[in-house]
Ligand binder design. Sequence first.
Ligand code: NDP
Length: 336
Amino acid sequence: MSVFISGASGFIAQHIIKQLLSKGYQVVGTVRSAAKGQRLQENFGPSFQYEIVPDITATGAFDEALKKHLDSVKYVLHTASPFFYNTTQPERDLIIPAIQGTKNILGSITQYAPKVSKVVITSSDAAIYSAEDEQNSALSFDETSWNNISYADACKDPIYAYYGAKSFAEKLAWEFLKVEVPDFDLVAINPVYVFGPQAFDSEVKKELNTSNEYIYSLIKNGPHASFDNAKGSYVDVRDVARAHVAALDDEKLVGKRLFLTNGQFSIQMILDTLREKFPQLASQLPEGTPGSGPEDIKSLAKSSNEATRKLLGFEFRNLDTIVEDTIEQILRVNPQ
Ligand code: NDP
């Protein structure tokens, strides 16, 4: 029985694939180039196959890849979606791929993969609240919340675009289910900032994926660098992967949005942990205002994911563990 996963080269996707392989699944992953597929193949071994889908926005983008595996694919995980903010064309680079990619994969499954019984969409907390609302302590959010970003506003800048794109794409998936009434069930996974080690040491590059770069840049930019004391919520990539794997065969999770958060953080908290756990890095870290973390996060909206925690029934890793494991891997690969 195999699992088809889009965006197999991604930070989160590689952890999902690793866990799927360890549970005995065969995995087919889509990538944008043969070079990326080859690298994954070397790391994952023979139970992993790749298919090249060069452009997820093209009509029928996933048709050929799915047709090749229609007899074996039972589950589909859609993780491929842009996550970055450095673009001057947010609609083209962030919104359209998120929407079209989701539309295309659901359409291909319906037409060409009748044995698929479950589809899991990697959405985001960005679909739950806007970047502004997340920073408003008067507000509260949970699994039932949606951001209120309009398409016109989403086109304004990359942050609005990313947040808008994630809600447009996820809503499209739920709407598809209502209108098309396909034979598969749907689960959405809505993680907050996902941190943690890369699935393989060889994936530690000069620049990491968008979320981990918040941590890595602290040790790369030097003690005099100004840093944005960003605040938000955190969760470990290994727990995010575990939730995706659970969503495949746990019937309790059908039709749910799983809001994956283990609490709130500020960059200052991460800095304080780095100083404590890695004293050898102290001279290259900015100081900030040590100890201000608990005060920093008071300005954030309240988030509740009790329903998700109850459904999943496992504990998420804490911030110290995540930061330690992330930095240990970076130091192993790039000794400072
Ligand atoms: P990565 O950037 O590491 O992975 C993104 C994946 O999507 C890569 O495989 C990438 O392919 C693929 N992709 C991006 N844009 C396109 C495109 N236009 N066409 C085809 N493939 C594309 O990010 P993450 O692993 O962190 O994110 C994976 C998913 O999780 C995304 O949907 C993201 O929105 C969501 N998410 C991430 C969070 C985080 O903090 N990391 C938080 C909440 C949600 P390639 O390698 O070729 O670029």
